[in-house]
Design a protein around this ligand. Structure first.
Ligand SMILES: *Cc1c(COP(=O)(O)O)cnc(C)c1O
Length: 361
């Protein structure tokens, strides 16, 4: 068996310890004589799994009691519709567009009401986060929406927008559990788990209770109502049971590592190795405004498409995989989520230095 250094943006690297544990429990989960995949979601064993997952997540993120934690399906993209369907009481919402995921969420919201783009960084190919300290937030906006870490472009909000009292809705898919958060600053925090937490198929929604109401847009399907899932503790129908089980293991892994403060410290050390090199390299350069750099997704280019392709090819052969940039932006991108060990980044930088030496003009 040989594992590569997987820099995929998602689905992405998971902690090896978690994968080993899951493998050990594959055929017989704790004496039940079956895999978690084969288990009723109404069984005692499964009830313990989902309850513990929620409790561990609450502990990690210090989630207050007036927030619900929902384990749902449909990926982050389904939330693009579910959010306006459930929250657009006045049929008005403000969107800050800092990349493709925020743009898609904005476009989806336009189907259901008046979505206003109150700020954007599209003018410079989403390479920065706009100043959000005094935006023209709509008087009657039901919420202000952001994508907190822009997976494709590698930017991250370092300060949250001033929403002027409106609930903040944040897509944290690619920075989930990468650092401590103050949940009380948000109305909704949500993310697909396949970037930093678990296997694709689960989306976690952390939502303030007063935002969960029966008053949703007419025609909203039952499955897309937060209330139905909240009232049934994420067991209204069969949840993505195996995925939630893996998420639970990752929560325990993070707890054992020291929680979110320790994750942040580790992630900062990892990212610094790569960014420091990008800043001194004469071949590679980062594409993001320095103060807005993400700890999770690091895009970079050589400025020469052929050389980019050569780099990706040689890196792959050397065991550094999935470094090709998003199909819409080109270049390279190293996603260095929680589960990427620091050695992976160190070795990647060594490899990049060697490549630079051999390809200097
Ligand atoms: C990957 C990603 C999405 C889309 O997730 P799906 O689960 O594929 O729908 C949305 N937002 C962000 C920030 C992402 O990184």
């Amino acid at each position: 068996m040989s594992r590569v250094y997987n820099f995929s943006a998602g689905p992405a690297v998971l902690p090896e310890e978690v994968l080993r544990e899951a493998a050990d429990e594959m055929l017989d989960y704790k004496g039940t004589g079956m895999s978690v995949m084969e288990m009723s979601h109404r069984s005692k064993a499964y009830e313990t799994i989902i309850k513990e997952a929620e409790a561990d997540l609450r502990e990690l993120m210090n989630i207050p009691d007036n927030y619900k934690v929902l384990f749902l399906q449909g990926g982050a993209s389904q939330q693009f519709a579910m959010i306006p369907m459930n929250l657009m009481k006045n049929k008005v919402a403000d969107y800050i567009v800092t990349g493709q995921w925020a743009k898609k969420a904005y476009q989806e919201a336009c189907i259901y009401g008046k979505a206003n783009k109150i700020a954007s960084s599209e003018d410079k190919t989403f390479s920065y986060i706009p100043d959000c300290s005094d935006l023209p937030v709509s008087e009657d906006a039901d919420y202000v929406y952001i994508c907190e870490n822009n997976t494709i472009y590698g930017t991250k909000y370092k300060t949250l927008p001033n929403t002027k009292g409106k609930p903040l809705v944040s897509d944290v898919s690619s920075c989930f559990l990468s650092e401590p958060v103050d949940v009380t600053k948000y109305g909704v925090i949500y993310g697909g788990v396949q970037k930093n937490i678990g296997p694709a198929g689960v989306v976690i929604v952390i939502i303030r209770e007063d935002l969960i109401t029966e008053d949703v847009l007419p025609g909203t399907p039952t499955m897309l109502k937060y209330k139905i899932h909240a009232d049934n503790d994420s067991l209204y129908n069969t949840p993505p049971a195996y995925g939630i089980y893996i998420c639970g293991k990752v929560f325990k892994w993070i707890k054992a590592k020291g929680g979110l403060a320790a994750m942040k410290e580790y992630n900062e050390r990892k990212a610094k190795i790569l960014y420091d090199y990008l800043d001194e390299s004469r071949l590679f350069k980062g594409t993001v405004r320095k103060e807005d750099r993400s700890l999770m997704n690091v895009p970079f280019v050589t400025g020469d498409e052929e050389l980019d392709a050569k780099f990706v090819k040689e890196a792959t052969a050397a065991g550094f995989v999935n470094l090709k940039g998003h199909r819409t932006v080109g270049g390279m991108r190293a996603s260095i989520y929680n589960a990427m060990p620091i050695e992976g980044v160190e070795k990647l930088v060594e490899f990049m230095k060697e490549f630079e030496k051999q390809n200097e003009k």
